[in-house]
Design a protein around this ligand. Structure first.
Ligand SMILES: *Cc1c(COP(=O)(O)O)cnc(C)c1O
Length: 443
C-alpha cells in the first residue's frame, strides 16, 4: 500500500507505546516470585546454597541432564565449562564470529586461542567452515544457538566426534529450544547459559552449567565454588588435593535472590514459552511472502523450535529492496512503530574487535590471542568476510498472543517494504551491530 512513511514525516502505522504492556513484558513476575525474593532478603540468605541446590536439581530435571550448576552469570558458567574440558595453553577453540563476546573471550584466561568460524544464513555456526578452522591443536568447539535458532547440531557433533573435539554449547539465547525434537544443551559435553535479566530465561543476574559427565561437573565445581570444593561434591583423585579453594581463582557462587527467582521462572517457563511460540509463529506466518525480511525460525515439521524466542531476528536481504541497508530499514521500522525494538546487525563479528587482534592481557608484549599459539590464528580471520555481509534485524518479541496487536506490527513492516523507495535518498550503508545487547525496553 502507498503511504508516506513516518521516516519521511508521515504518521506511524502503530504506536507501540499505546499497546498493552503485557504484549511485550518480560520476565513475568508474580506475587509468588516477590515473596520468594523477600524471604531471601529477610533471612539474609544471599550467600547460602540451599535454594540454589533446589533450583539446580529442578533445572537438571527440566533440562534432561544429570547435573546443573548455578553461577553468578553466564560468562562465568562458560569459563567454568572451558576449565572443565581442560582447555589449556596452546589449545585452539572454534567459535562462530557472530556472537556475544562472553561465548569465547575467556579462552585467553586459559592461554588458548579463539579461532573464528563463519556463520550461515541462519546466523549460526556454518559447519561447512569447520574444516578450514581445524588445526593440529584444536581442542574444542563453542557452538551458540544464536538468537534462539538451534545450530546445525547433527553436522557439528559429527565433525567434533570425527576429530575428537569437545563441544561446549552456549545456550544463552535458546533455553528450552528443541533441535529435531531434542533440547539444546543436551548435545555437547557441557552446556552453559546466561539467565541475566533480558534473556529468554531471566532470573536477575545468573548463569547455569549443565552436563551428564561427573568429571566435568566436578571440575566445574572446583573452578569457582570453593564452598562446595570438598569430599561431599568432588571425589576425583585429580582434584581431591585441592579442596576448599577455587581452582580458577574466581568466585562463582550464585546469589540466592536470583536462584529463588529462577525457581519461580522455571515453574511457569514451558507454559509461557508456549504462549510466546504461538504469538511469534503467528507473526512469522503473517510476514511470509514479504521480500527482503525473513524472520528466523526452523522449518515447520522439523521438530526444531525457538525456545523463548530471545530477541527474535529476521535475516535481511537488501538486494530485494533496491539496496536499502539494514540500518536504514531498521530506522524506518523504529519510526513506523514509534519504538526502539528494531536494531540491525546483531553482534558485530567478534574477530573485528581489537581485543582479538592486539589486546595484551598478560602484559607480555604479545597479543594474548596468540600468546601461546602454535600459529598466528589471526591470519585465519581473512576468510570471515562472508559473515560480514549476512544482515539481520530484531523483530518484535511478543510474549502474548493477541492477534489484533500483532497484526499492527506486521502492517508496519509491510508499509516500510511497500514504500522502501522513500528511504533510498537517505540510505546509510554503514555496517550495523553492537558489541552487546539492547537496552531492556521490553520490546
Ligand atoms: C548473555 C550472553 C552470555 C553471557 O552471559 P551473562 O549472564 O551476561 O554473563 C554469553 N553468551 C551469549 C551468547 C550471551 O548472549
Amino acid at each position: 500500500m502507498k503511504k508516506q512513511l513516518a521516516f519521511s514525516g508521515g504518521a506511524p502505522t502503530v504506536d507501540v507505546s499505546t499497546l498493552p504492556e503485557e504484549l511485550f513484558h518480560w520476565p513475568i513476575i508474580t506475587q509468588e516470585d516477590e515473596d520468594a525474593a523477600l524471604e531471601v532478603i529477610r533471612q539474609n540468605k544471599f550467600s547460602g546454597t540451599d535454594i540454589t541446590i533446589k533450583f539446580q536439581d529442578e533445572f537438571a530435571l527440566w533440562q534432561g541432564r544429570k547435573h546443573a550448576l548455578a553461577f553468578t552469570n553466564g560468562t562465568m558458567a562458560l569459563s567454568a565449562a572451558m576449565f572443565a574440558i581442560g582447555l589449556g595453553m596452546g589449545d585452539e577453540i572454534i567459535c562462530p564470529t557472530k556472537t556475544y563476546w562472553g561465548s569465547v573471550s575467556q579462552a585467553i584466561n586459559f592461554g588458548a586461542s579463539a579461532v573464528f568460524c563463519n556463520i550461515n544464513d541462519k546466523l549460526s555456526m556454518d559447519p561447512g567452515d569447520l574444516p578450514r578452522c581445524l588445526g593440529e591443536h584444536t581442542k574444542a568447539i563453542v557452538v551458540v544457538h544464536y538468537f534462539g535458532y538451534p545450530a546445525d547440531m547433527d553436522a557439528i557433533m559429527a565433525f567434533a566426534s570425527k576429530h575428537n573435539l569437545k563441544v561446549i554449547e552456549d545456550v544463552s539465547h535458546a533455553h528450552g529450544a528443541l533441535y529435531k525434537g531434542r533440547k539444546v544443551g543436551t548435545f555437547g559435553d557441557v552446556a552453559a547459559m546466561s539467565m541475566m535479566s533480558w534473556k529468554g530465561f531471566a532470573a536477575g543476574e545468573l548463569g547455569m552449567l549443565v552436563t551428564d559427565d561427573q568429571h566435568l561437573y566436578e571440575r566445574s565445581i572446583a573452578y569457582g565454588h570453593y564452598e562446595r570444593n570438598n569430599a561431599k561434591h568432588v571425589t576425583s583423585a585429580e582434584l581431591s588435593p585441592y579442596y576448599e579453594i577455587a581452582l580458577g581463582g574466581v568466585k562463582g557462587r550464585a546469589n540466592q535472590l536470583c536462584t529463588a527467582l529462577g525457581r519461580g521462572q522455571l515453574k511457569h517457563f514451558d507454559a509461557r514459552v508456549q504462549e510466546i511460540d504461538r504469538a511469534m509463529n503467528y507473526f512469522c506466518d503473517k510476514m511470509e511472502g514479504l521480500p527482503g525480511v525473513y524472520p528466523l525460525r526452523p522449518e515447520k515439521g522439523s521438530g526444531s523450535t525457538m525456545g523463548a524466542w530471545y530477541m527474535p531476528q529476521a535475516v535481511y536481504k537488501p538486494e530485494e529492496l533496491s539496496g536499502v541497508s539494514s540500518k536504514t530499514f531498521a530506522e524506518a521500522i523504529r519510526k513506523e512503530t514509534n519504538s526502539a525494538f528494531c536494531w540491525e546487525g546483531g553482534n558485530f563479528p567478534l574477530h573485528t574487535h581489537p581485543f582479538f587482534q592486539t589486546f595484551d592481557f598478560y602484559n607480555s608484549g604479545t597479543p594474548s590471542r596468540i600468546q601461546f599459539a602454535h600459529r598466528d590464528v589471526r591470519t585465519l580471520d581473512a576468510a570471515l568476510k562472508p559473515s560480514e555481509s549476512i544482515y539481520c534485524m530484531t523483530m518484535p518479541w511478543f510474549k502474548k498472543f493477541i492477534p489484533e496487536h500483532i497484526d499492527r506490527l506486521v502492517d508496519a513492516f509491510k508499509n516500510v517494504v511497500d514504500n522502501h523507495e522513500q528511504l533510498l535518498p537517505h540510505n546509510d550503508a554503514t555496517a550495523g551491530g553492537r558489541w552487546h545487547g539492547a537496552s531492556n525496553d521490553g520490546t
